[in-house]
Design a protein. Sequence first.
Length: 478
Amino acid sequence: MNAPAPSAPEPVSRYWLKWLITIAPGLIIWLIPTPEGLQDDAWHLAAIFISTIVGIIIQPLPMGAVALLAIVATVTTRTLSIQEALSGFGNKVVWLVLAAFLISRGFIKTGLGARIAYFFMALLGKRSLGLAYGFLATDLLLATAIPSSAARCGGILFPIVRSTARSYGSAPETDSSRKIGAFLMYSSFQGINITSAMFVTAMAANPLIVELAFGQGVELSWGIWAAAASVPGALSLLVIPYLIYKLYPPEIKETPDAPRLAKAKLAEMGPMQLSERIMLGTFATLLILWIFGPSIGLGSTMVALIGLGILLVTRTLTWDDVLEERGAWNTFIWFAVLVMMASFLNTLGLIPWFGDAVQGLVEGTGWVWAFVILILVYFYSHYFFASNTAHITSMYAPFLAVALAVGTPGVLAALALGFFSNLFSSMTHYGTSPAPVYFGAGYVDMNTWWKLGFLISLVNIVIWVGIGGFWWKLIGLW
């Protein structure tokens, strides 16, 4: 087999153009006189922060490298001390994300994730709609402990969805794509956006939301997040695949071969191995402790480290597995830096200053309508972002500050913005990391992707704000 040809290096001119685009916004802001009522350090940190976000979007270097350069910038400009600049690496939420990423490797290494997917495929796969629900059920279960939608998509779900489509003769970019492949691919993608909104541990930037909210005096736990998301999330998972089934129907409605295929795969895997049993037991332990741990003094981060410890002691994961999990360590670096910068933007007074400045724009309308306007602007501004993390880092804290300033109950504001920080990924083929994977498979054209994405965004908003609003009232969030 021939080795794949190396990708062509990026032209030097384009590389330096990316750096120019990255640095220019921050430099312009730095040169503008500090607004009245704001410290110079806060304004200078805002300049560095904005260039960091642009760098994350433009990517002259990988995200982790851009984040490390942000540390260099904050210290060399004397905006922060070296101790302050490195403080993010001691943040407990950063360690929660790292541990959860490493635990997720166990699902893939042991094969437990694939076994769960084939189980639901065998259980629900007699019809194409049932097959879609089976994949969503798999993702829902895995989302409780795998904090990367990309890992759930690329490591577990996408390969199974693709192989299932091909087993029915549905190939991408051909007349056969609509047989079943397009429906399964698109419904699986939309499901990932919903499940990512349902748990703190379902998407890498969700713990960042928890930290940003805590910085403004709003405390969110794993249990509160899951409880608030349970009803609107379950409704979305039921409604969205059915809506896609009606608006973008597969030609093949009955899929009697899918359960047989799944059972054959399960038979090929054989009985559950010891490593899978340990992974399953660890998974169950994590869920129990994430829900009930706070009552006995175990926070989410400690629970995740306990789970990782179990996998290491039992040799389900080796230390080499830990060291080789590049995505986890890359996330650890950029996440720590963004948490640090967001924390000091709040400490130095920029976020409260922004909230006071914008409050006047929505003042006098009542907090309910003011908040609805805010979350709609927050949601649809995602058309301009190619990353959930970049969007959350740049806009979540300011929008939360304004929401609190107009009188929105804190937990309600923090959670609703948090849920939307995942649901807004439904609209485009570039808005979240699984999107290019599913779109790149070639089953769904861009025009269809965007039209359905916009419609689904409206349905999700109605479910989460409308029905979800009643549920949140019932459980006392407002």
